[in-house]
Ligand binder design. Structure first.
Ligand code: NDP
Length: 328
């Protein structure tokens, strides 16, 4: 029997329980590529899964962890060979397919993206699913036609994972970025990432008017609920908001006014089932459009056992930037 350490979630009578245990390699699920996992990340969804605060996991036992970067150990898929460096985000990993908080993962080759040439596996997971989602959101705004000349853009949850990468990427692309945060003490951190103005989260957390003063050409939202509703009602004529999260809530108490009176567009961003072509594009863009020094400034590394301590904190909005998890 070959075993390795993994964070395994089991279902019991009182709910789910996560523990660091020895996992038998023979119990890995089907897949045509086995990867030696080097780094994973702690994303908001990982926090939900490990604490059991939301029903993210839909198969038990489950190895937690929705993303990894590592080296192909064996492959019967012609696209991959031993030694290839790869990245995986989503596709149900850590939800329906055994996940990333383990020394090994067996997955479908078609889920994998090549590690960008100038990135280390640690860089890739410092970016992780949150950073790749931020890039998908930026790409949606670009497809809409937004450019730095369109006017300032806003990012909510700016001190969190998606938000901090979105601020860094948008500022590198030349946008004027307004960063919304509930942690005004992080103003210097956010300015260091490229934000030119800091907006107190409280300004966007009350009930939204159908239309409010036009402030931004576009935005990236991780919060949902009244935050997204306010962003929509403050978006300039013809602008767009890319929505990817629910840190404030699943609801969206808005009206059709921004859409029918200002032609505002709302783009939905999903990282889990995103088609492979767009994933590859996002990872290529992250190679060039995210300053590595800024990435280093927003990254904290933890070990696998430390996931248990940090998981509840990410749900409380207490984590700054990105958490990379060293697996081996
Ligand atoms: P983080 O916890 O790192 O960041 C979330 C941030 O949201 C917090 O740091 C905080 O930032 C802000 N926030 C927290 N509570 C509230 C609130 N009540 N109102 C407004 N803002 C709040 O999480 P991630 O960045 O990893 O993920 C952010 C969201 O995006 C999550 O909901 C996650 O599920 C979602 N997500 C979705 C994906 C997709 O495929 N659609 C992929 C990845 C993430 P601050 O202190 O600066 O205000």
């Amino acid at each position: 029997m070959t075993t390795f350490k993994a964070i395994v979630i089991e279902k019991g009578e009182g709910g789910t329980k996560a523990a660091l245990t020895d996992f038998d390699e023979a119990n890995l699920m089907e897949g045509d590529v086995t990867v030696a996992v080097e780094y994973s990340a702690l994303n908001y969804k990982d926090g939900l899964a490990v604490t059991g605060k939301a029903p993210v996991v839909r198969r038990f036992p489950m190895i937690a962890g929705i993303d990894f970067a590592g080296t192909v150990e064996s492959s019967s898929n012609p696209a991959w060979k031993p030694g290839d460096k790869v990245v995986l985000d989503g596709w149900g990993t850590g939800e329906t397919h055994l996940g990333a908080y383990a020394a090994k993962s067996r997955v479908k080759g078609e889920w994998l993206v090549p590690l960008p040439a100038t990135m280390s596996t640690r860089d890739a997971m410092a970016i992780g699913t949150a950073g790749y989602t931020a890039m998908l959101a930026v790409m949606a705004l670009e497809r809409h036609g937004l450019t730095p000349a369109s006017g300032p853009v806003v990012v909510s949850g700016a001190a969190g994972g998606v938000g901090s990468v979105a601020v860094a990427v948008l500022s590198k692309l030349g946008f004027t970025v307004h960063a919304v945060t509930g942690r005004l003490q992080e103003a210097d951190f956010l300015k260091g990432l490229g934000a030119s103005e800091i907006v107190d989260r409280a300004e966007l957390s009350g009930p939204a008017k159908p239309l409010a003063k036009e402030r931004w050409a576009g935005g990236v939202d991780v919060a949902g609920s009244t935050t997204l509703a306010n962003m929509l009602s403050m978006t300039r004529y013809g602008g767009a908001v890319a929505a990817c999260g629910l840190a404030a809530g699943m609801d969206l108490p808005t009206s059709v006014a921004p859409f029918i009176l200002r032609g505002v567009c709302l783009y939905g961003i999903d990282s889990v089932m995103c088609p492979i072509g767009r994933r590859k594009e996002a990872w290529k863009r992250l190679e060039t459009d995210l300053d590595r020094q800024k990435l280093a400034a927003l990254t904290t590394e933890i070990s696998l056992p430390e996931v248990f301590e940090v998981a509840p904190r990410i749900l409380k909005g207490q984590v700054r930037g990105r958490i990379v998890v060293k697996i081996r």
